[in-house]
Design a binder for this molecule. Sequence first.
Ligand code: NAD
Length: 728
Amino acid sequence: MIKYTVEEGIANVSWNMEGYPMNVLNDQSISAFKEAMEKAIADSEVKGITISSEKDSFIAGADLKMLQKLTVENTDMKTTFENTKVFNMLFRKFETCGKPIVACINGHALGGGFEVCLMSHYRIAVNNPKTKIGLPESKIGLLPGAGGTQRLPRMVGLEIAAPLLLEGTELSPENALKQGLINELVASKEEMFAAAKKWILANLSPLQAWDERDKKGNIVGKTNFKVPNGNIQSPKGAQLLLPGTALLMGKTYGNYPAQLAIMKAVYEGLQVPIDKALVIESRYFTSLLINPVAKNMIRTLFFAIGDANKGIARPKNVPETNLKKIGILGAGMMGSGIAYVSALAGLEVVLKDTTLENAERSSGVYGKEYSRNLLKSQVAKGRYSQEQAEGILAKIKPTDNYEDLKGCDLIIEAVFENRELKAKVTKDAEAQIAETAVFGSNTSTLPITGLSEASARPANFIGIHFFSPVDKMPLVEVIMGKQTSDYALAMTIDYIKKIKKTPIVVNDSRGFYTSRCFGTYTAEGMEMLAEGINPILIENAGKAAGMPVGSLDVADAVSIELAYKVMKQSEIDTGVKMEHIAGGKVVKHFVETLGRGGKVSKKGFYEYPEGGKKYLWEGLSEQYPLKSEQPNIEFLKKRLLHRQALETVRCLEEGVLRSKADADVGSILAWGFPAYTGGTLSYIDMVGVAQFVKDCDELAATYGERFSPTARLREMAANGESFYGVKK
Ligand SMILES: NC(=O)c1ccc[n+]([C@@H]2O[C@H](COP(=O)([O-])OP(=O)(O)OC[C@H]3O[C@@H](n4cnc5c(N)ncnc54)[C@H](O)[C@@H]3O)[C@@H](O)[C@H]2O)c1
């Protein structure tokens, strides 16, 4: 775990956790670290200590498996507090040992890893722009619980510390130096140790800025410590924290307890000496550990997404497919984005449209031009050199000729959403590609099994559903047709891994998983509108529940007209009239009678004035007069979230979803179901299955079938079961 050496009176405590790709703080490593540090402190020959790593990174943070255990096992506040306080007491002991400690940062120093650096007296980093330094705990519902909330603001001031703590911003070593998080930058590991030695020899009796010696010479926290650039009670400090709290509430609607706990820990902690401050921090850390939000966020955002990225859904029996060349049919909005992310991943890309001009579109937005523009801005931001950008761009071959698809391992079709056209391009492309090549469709609505009928090799036919804009959206929904083979799935997952996106795998059905459940959010908003609920209230309820945008707003953005087309197609396919499905009447009225198709046509639920800010259309209240008595916002929030979660349960029970993790991951990454819940199924656990069923029964009594709980949910409620074994 730890390599301990002493050379010329300097002990080097170097982390090297066997079996782990990166060093992490867990029970074993901390106890080995403690032992090594205590040895160095006790050894009178040792003048100073360097903390370093044998791996490419320094310490990547706390082992989330350990944190998860703490969150799951310890719902008892007192035990959790005692368990977490240990870190703070230990680091405080090292900090006040009297010997100089230097953190030698040769790679990522994140979370608990950076807190090790903060308790050190001096920080030196190798200047590698790929290294990340910071405290990202708030991103998973926690706070830096080993002194981070107290040492960082004492070191760099509130203004710099606040975004680093609240948003978990990670910095390169160069930026970390500029902002005062580290003291020195060097070019190599050798230089780092030389600089550390020099500093130690010049500072044999170090004191942190927040410490002083008492009359007996013991190191104790300063009672009158001044925070750099403005104390907490100073006008500047107050200016930062008070509106900060309001801004935070405005942004998060109080749904994310970590950010609030960080604010409180900083505010209270900075008014007392560091020892007391660390106890305050441990208390807030405990409150977060026992809060379901951290449990849920860690489960989904870390473990489930991590597993998906590693390819948990990939059939094990298929050897690595090692794809090199990809063909994309349709150089429109989606095809251009897919070409860009594929070229970035180093794949050879053939981008085919009906004409060469369409594929190239040197004067337009999409086509190969799309990649050219994005790369230009990447070069401007310094992310790529001009040469690298040209190399990436050269990987995309625009064409109007199917023959150029020869040698492609994978084809992704992104032509217009039209069954006949899709059938034609499938046949034309298949005539050029090898028997082993896989054909993927990026359709957002057409069932894959039906589309695969046009294919001569339906086993190689699969759905590869991207989200817009492709270069920003992290998720890809893979859809298995009835005949799709393990081989096609393996190739698709290998591809998604190459382009560094997160796959979820679902079975074929109308709307698949993500479009179907997302549609319930917009539909519920439209039902509310039709009932006479104030549209401002509808939009605020969505945002207050944690959705990224209001339901009417997002319905406009994806287009009411598109919803109309999808509903029409479904009417033809299933025989169910659109007026009889949720939201259908409103969609029909808006498109057929009012001619308001959404944002694309610049009029929908909102108005989009030229050059101005959009606003809710005044005519809404004429179409749907407001009820005299408006519902409570909490009730609307519940209605919006429960509806999406219940549809997810249906997808799980119908076998559209193949795993609970896919449900949770997909809901957050595809349509922005609030991350604090951990996703749609984790949300039901958070509410409690029995309570959820009771709520849905009540909602169904007023709003009908769409809220009726499934038989399995009732059974779960009766047996006290939950999705993730959470007791309620
Ligand atoms: N827009 C979205 O947000 C979104 C999201 C997920 C999936 N999709 C799906 O992706 C597909 C494409 O959508 P889009 O928004 O990119 O459409 P788009 O209209 O922007 O692009 C379609 C492109 O296909 C080209 N095309 C037409 N016939 C062709 C042919 N025979 N050979 C080659 N190219 C041909 C067109 O010239 C056009 O450039 C659709 O199936 C759509 O449902 C769209």
